[in-house]
Design a protein around this ligand. Structure first.
Ligand code: CS2
Ligand code: MG
Length: 408
């Protein structure tokens, strides 16, 4: 069996999805996602210029050897652009494998460990009241877990993932008016003084059963993160995400020494080497990698197994930039993983997105039910795809009031 051709598509409804389609001499094809938010043309170029010409003629069933061939064979290993491109290839090869076996991918991993995987939605508000309404909306829809972000009184500009004005609705981080990033201004002191009380009020309003998550988005220094983690303990969070950048991983030991709030990290990681220390030293409770950014199903399954040995559960990244193909790959891992935790969920469900990526994966009462179709269980409508083109966009940056560039 041989790979005969592969194509890359960039575009989508309000997003630049990078979709790979691998064709074979037996008519079976596989699909994968290489979307690297706001840098979408780069994995697409790597696929087109180097990886696809090397794929042609290979046996698509040898997904492990093909992954090693690209990863080790590159000499300069890893990085987000390359790993997103390998991720798409790996997903597509698993899709082919599932279709050849006539089985959904979760069966090839070891079968279902659960019916329905718990997801969390994003609730946001310009202020706390606005956020309360947003949370109530998801609770009414049956969500069992909600991530909560709100505007901070006196903050010089809207902070991470928060709308500028009350009632302005959902805030999508990417801005498609051009490639120059917008600037948000951040004040750590105001955030640290306000947010713990706001989280406690949310807990009071919604009671003990709702799983409440909060994303700090790398804004705090390690000592501040330890103080903040301790201050939010009364709110009983399901997790506190990215309290401090995880480049200096030992620094998380300080937080661990002062607080027991569960910690989730990893959405910017590209490989097992970015998280093996955090996992082995049990400095985190949830690993946030995405199948696309971390190089595909093959390496992510290894991360999940390592995590399981250290009581670390999965909480895969599911930002709006991930296409339904990445979300499907994660859904199959979520159905199988003995150490599944939760899944971030924002992508599926808009009519335009469903038309581009038809599937029968479904969400019900805050649980994601994986498709039983062979492979990933998602198709790609090329006629629909022809309606879209690449639109340059940017991700905001953040500065302190004196102009110092800060961590977004
Ligand atoms: C976020 C992301 O989903 C999350 O937890 O941190 O939405 C992140 O901001 C984007 O993926 C950045 O492109
Ligand atoms: Mg995050």
């Amino acid at each position: 069996m041989k790979i005969t051709d592969a194509k890359v598509f960039v575009g989508g409804p309000g997003k630049n999805y990078v979709t790979l389609k691998i064709m074979t001499d037996q008519g079976v094809y596989g699909l994968g996602d290489a979307t690297l938010n706001n840098r979408e043309t780069l994995p697409a170029a790597y696929l087109q210029d180097f990886l696809i010409p090397n794929l042609i003629g290979l046996d698509p069933r040898k997904s492990e050897d093909i992954w090693q061939f690209f990863y080790r064979g590159a000499y300069f290993r890893g990085g987000p652009i390359a790993m997103a491109a390998y991720g798409a290839i790996d997903m597509a090869l698993w899709d082919i494998k599932g279709k050849l076996a006539g089985m959904p991918l979760y069966q090839l991993f070891g079968g279902k460990s659960r019916e329905g995987a718990m997801v969390y939605a994003h609730a946001t508000g310009a202020d706390l009241e606005d956020l309360m309404d947003s949370i109530a909306h998801y609770v009414e829809k049956g969500y069992k877990a909600v991530r909560v972000q709100c505007g901070i009184p006196g903050m010089p500009s809207a902070s991470y993932a928060v709308p500028e004005h009350k009632g302005a609705g959902k805030h999508y981080i990417s801005d498609f008016s051009g490639i120059r990033p917008k600037v948000e201004v951040w004040d750590t002191g105001r955030y640290m003084r306000y947010m713990p009380g706001a989280l406690a009020e949310i807990r009071d309003r919604f009671g003990p059963d709702l799983h409440i998550l909060h994303d700090v988005h790398h804004r705090l220094l390690p000592r501040e993160a330890a103080e903040f983690a301790k201050a939010v303990e009364p709110a009983g969070l399901f997790w506190l995400e990215d309290p401090t950048p995880a480049e200096d991983q030992d620094a998380l030991g300080l937080l661990r020494a002062h607080a027991t709030v569960p910690i989730a990290i990893g959405e910017v990681f590209n490989s097992i080497w970015d998280c093996n220390k955090l996992i082995e030293k049990e400095l985190i409770d949830f690993i946030r990698v995405a199948v696309t950014y971390a190089g595909g199903i093959t390496p992510v399954k290894r991360i999940v197994d390592l995590a399981g040995m250290h009581h670390v559960r999965t909480g895969f990244h599911g930002a709006p930039s991930h296409s339904p193909l990445c979300m499907a790959a994660q859904a199959h891992l979520n159905a199988w993983a003995p150490n599944f935790g939760i899944q971030e969920y924002l992508v599926l469900g808009t009519p335009a997105c469903d038309a581009l990526f038809p599937s029968d994966h479904r969400m019900e009462n805050g649980l994601f039910h994986v498709s039983d179709a062979p492979g990933l269980g998602v198709d790609f409508n090329e006629l629909e795809a022809a309606r879209y083109k690449y639109t340059p966009g940017s991700h905001p940056i953040v500065r302190l009031e004196d102009g110092t560039l800060w961590n977004y």
